[in-house]
Write a protein that binds this ligand. Structure first.
Ligand SMILES: [Zn+2]
Length: 402
C-alpha cells in the first residue's frame, strides 16, 4: 500500500507500507495500483499509545447505565435481571439505591473504580461472597450497607457471566488513532477475545495501594523487592499524598528499577522526589472532576493535583493516559484537558507535548514514522499543526495496525 502526499515530520512525502512495516519514504513513489491512498497533505503519525486503560471495564461501561451526572437514569429502567451503573460521583447506601431500583438487583460503581454500591436485592444475591473484611461496610446493626470496596474479584463468582464484547471497543480505539495500550488492571494478563490494537499488560507489576488501609512499610518493601527480584519494574497506584510518600520511601529503601512507574501521582508535594521514575498521569480528571476536587480535596493538596508541567520541568518522565473508563478514553480530549485545565493552570502542557506522550511505546520509547518501523499509523484529515490548534478525534481519518 502507498500513502501518497502525507505529512511526516513537517515534510509532504509518499510512504509505502509492506508486510506490516513502513517500507519506504520518498518524495514521490510510483503507484502500486492497489489500495493506494491520497493523504491530501494530512499528517501521518505513529498510532497513539494509551499508557493506562482498563479494557474490560471500559467495554462493560459502554454496556452500562451512565450514572456520572446523577443516579436518576437508574429509575424507570425496563427489563429484568441485573442492572449495572458506572461513573457515579456520589457514595450512597443500599437504601438510596432501593428508592431508585426497588426490585431488580442493581450495582453501581463509584467513578473512582474502588467502590461498588449495591441495592438490597443485589446484596441478597451476593450474600454468599460477602466476607468479614473491612471491605464490606457494615452498619451499627452489622448488616452490610451496600458499599463494597475493591471487591471486583470477590464479587465476580456471584454475578451472572458476562464476557464483554471487545469488538466495538476495538473500533472506538482505532477511531481515536490508538494502535496500542497498556492494560493497567492488577493481575490481568489476557483478554477474553481479540482486539485490533496491541496490548501490554501491567499484570503482576501493578501494585494497588488501598488508601483507606495502607500496608506497613515492611510489607510493602517486601512486595516491591519480590517483584523487582523477578526483573519486573513496579507500577504503583498512588492517588494520595500518603501513598506516594510511602511508595517513595520504600523505593529509597529497596532501590529503584528502571521502568518503575507511578500510576496517577494524583498528589505530588514536590516533583523533585520522583526523579528516575515514570509518571503516568490523567490530565482529563482535572477537567471532568474539577468541581468535586475543588469541593472535596484537602486545600493543602489542591496545588499538587495531577501535576504535569512541573514534573516535566523537574526532569520526571511524565506521560498522559485515559484510565478509561474512569476518565475519557478519547486521547484528543485528554490532550485538550492537559493544555487548557483551569485547576492548576501552571501545570498545563502544550498539545504537542501531550501528544508526544501518546507517541511513545509501552516502555515510553518515542516512536517515529521511519523505514522499518511497524505500520501502526494514523492518518489525519489535516496537518499536524492544524490538529494541534484544536485537537479533536474528528481529525482522525484512518488508522492502520500491523
Ligand atoms: Zn486505573
Amino acid at each position: 500500500m502507498i500513502l501518497h502526499d502525507v505529512e511526516v515530520e513537517g515534510r509532504r512525502v509518499d510512504v509505502r507500507i509492506s508486510g506490516g512495516r513502513i517500507a519506504e519514504i520518498a518524495d514521490r513513489l510510483a503507484d502500486d495500483g492497489v489500495d493506494d491512498v491520497d493523504g491530501y497533505g494530512g499528517a501521518l503519525l505513529p498510532g497513539l499509545h494509551d499508557h493506562h486503560v482498563h479494557l474490560l471495564a471500559t467495554a462493560a461501561a459502554r454496556a452500562s447505565v451512565d450514572c456520572s451526572a446523577t443516579l436518576e437514569p437508574l429509575r424507570d429502567l425496563v427489563g429484568e435481571g441485573w442492572i449495572r451503573g458506572t461513573g457515579a460521583a456520589e457514595s450512597v447506601d443500599r437504601h438510596v439505591l432501593d428508592g431508585l431500583v426497588p426490585e431488580r438487583p442493581a450495582r453501581v460503581q463509584h467513578r473512582s473504580g474502588a467502590l461498588w454500591m449495591l441495592n438490597s436485592a443485589a446484596l441478597r444475591a451476593v450474600a454468599h461472597v460477602l466476607d468479614d473484611s473491612a471491605d464490606v461496610e457494615r452498619g451499627p446493626d452489622g448488616e452490610p450497607t451496600g458499599r463494597l470496596w475493591r471487591y471486583d474479584e470477590r464479587l465476580r463468582p456471584a454475578l451472572p457471566d458476562a464476557v464483554p464484547d471487545l469488538t466495538e471497543l476495538g473500533e472506538e480505539l482505532l477511531g481515536y488513532g490508538i494502535t496500542s495500550v497498556t492494560e493497567a488492571t492488577p493481575g490481568l494478563t489476557a483478554l477474553p477475545g481479540p482486539l485490533p490494537v496491541g496490548v501490554t499488560f501491567l499484570g503482576r507489576r501493578k501494585l494497588l495501594l488501598r488508601d483507606h488501609d495502607l500496608p506497613s512499610f515492611d510489607d510493602f518493601a517486601t512486595t516491591i523487592s519480590e517483584t523487582h527480584a523477578e526483573g519486573l519494574p513496579v507500577a504503583v497506584h498512588c492517588v494520595t499524598r500518603e501513598s506516594l510518600l510511602l511508595t517513595l520511601a520504600v523505593l529509597d529503601e529497596v532501590g529503584r528499577l528502571p521502568g518503575d512507574r507511578i500510576e496517577h501521582a494524583s498528589v505530588v508535594p514536590d516533583p523533585g522526589l520522583l526523579q528516575d521514575l515514570h509518571v503516568v498521569t490523567q490530565p482529563a480528571f482535572v477537567t471532568t472532576r474539577g468541581d468535586s476536587y475543588r469541593r472535596d480535596v484537602d486545600p493543602d493538596d489542591l496545588p499538587h493535583l495531577y501535576r504535569y508541567a512541573s514534573l516535566l520541568e523537574a526532569g520526571v518522565a511524565t506521560y498522559p493516559s485515559s484510565d478509561a473508563p474512569y476518565g475519557p478514553l478519547d486521547p484528543w480530549e485528554v490532550i485538550v484537558a492537559a493544555a487548557s485545565r483551569d485547576l492548576g493552570p501552571t501545570e498545563r502542557v502544550t498539545p504537542r507535548v501531550a501528544l508526544a506522550g501518546y507517541l511513545t511505546d509501552a516502555r515510553f520509547r518515542p516512536r517515529r514514522i521511519a523505514v522499518g518501523a511497524p505500520a501502526d499509523v494514523v492518518l489525519l484529515e489535516c496537518s499536524l499543526e492544524e490538529a494541534l490548534a484544536a485537537p479533536d478525534s474528528g481529525f482522525v481519518r484512518h488508522t492502520w495496525t500491523s
